[in-house]
Design a protein around this ligand. Structure first.
Ligand SMILES: N[C@@H](CCC(=O)N[C@@H](CS)C(=O)NCC(=O)O)C(=O)O
Length: 226
């Protein structure tokens, strides 16, 4: 098979790429990476020395691509399908990129900071950084909520499903686990509901479900803290 995806089903940035692949029914060979397994980790390191996933390898083109955003843009260019991940209209494309970046940088990244701090050994945690990340998350959710209320749009960047939704779906899903959105951000909560009903993301969530038991903040939220 031409395309190989190095990924983990529970990792948010990998889920982002899986949504793009499932949206367009793009065939690929999944290579599940277990970073805790030395052989599996070494296999990813051989492909991408930064040892981060997702990584897409397009064997037919001799290309190795890290970075979820670039992978999705690559799929859009070289493996297009019925879902136009990046709109052809340049103005709409700019808006799509804005929200795709926003969900990655201002939602997913601080969410990971809060969650992964729980995996650090006692004594090497970063409470200051976690408090700051939680504050950033609340600001980001307020911005999203205000935007959705003002536009009444169906999806993350407008009324057409796009790569912004590939970024938004896992980011909002994990944020909702640690900071229930319905309490203060009902428009963002409603967007997450729509995303979870989208077949591509529903499939991603079904594949991730066996790993939910390992979520480090199961049953614990940051709501109300600052
Ligand atoms: N900017 C990268 C971020 C990728 C990323 O943070 N991946 C996480 C999993 S969601 C990872 O590989 N974590 C392991 C590590 O960084 O050591 C992207 O968009 O692909």
């Amino acid at each position: 098979m031409a395309l190989k995806l190095y990924y983990h089903p529970f990792a948010s940035f990998c889920q982002k790429v899986l949504i793009a692949l499932y949206e367009n029914g793009t065939s690929f060979e999944p290579v599940l990476v277990d970073l805790g397994n030395p052989a599996s980790r070494a296999e990813l390191e051989r492909v991408w020395p930064r040892v981060q996933f997702p990584v897409l390898v397009d064997e037919s083109a001799g290309r190795t691509l890290p970075e979820s955003t670039i992978i999705i843009e690559y799929l859009h260019l070289h493996y297009p399908g019925p879902t136009e991940l990046l709109p052809a209209d340049p103005k709409q494309a700019l808006r799509t990129r804005l929200w795709e970046r926003f969900y990655d940088l201002h939602v997913d990244v601080p969410m990971q900071k809060v969650v992964t701090d729980n995996l650090r050994p006692e004594g090497s945690r970063d409470p200051f950084g976690v408090t700051e990340a939680a504050r950033q998350l609340r600001t980001a959710c307020a911005i999203i909520d205000r935007e959705l209320a003002a536009t009444n749009q169906t999806w993350a960047a407008g009324d057409i499903f796009s790569m912004a939704d590939c970024a938004a779906a896992p980011a909002l899903y994990y944020v909702n686990l640690i900071m229930p959105l319905a309490e203060n951000y009902r428009h963002a909560a409603a967007l997450l509901d729509r995303l979870m009903e989208r077949p591509s993301f529903a499939r991603v969530l079904a594949e991730a479900r066996p790993f939910l038991q390992f979520f480090p903040m199961r049953g614990r939220t940051i709501a109300g803290s600052d």
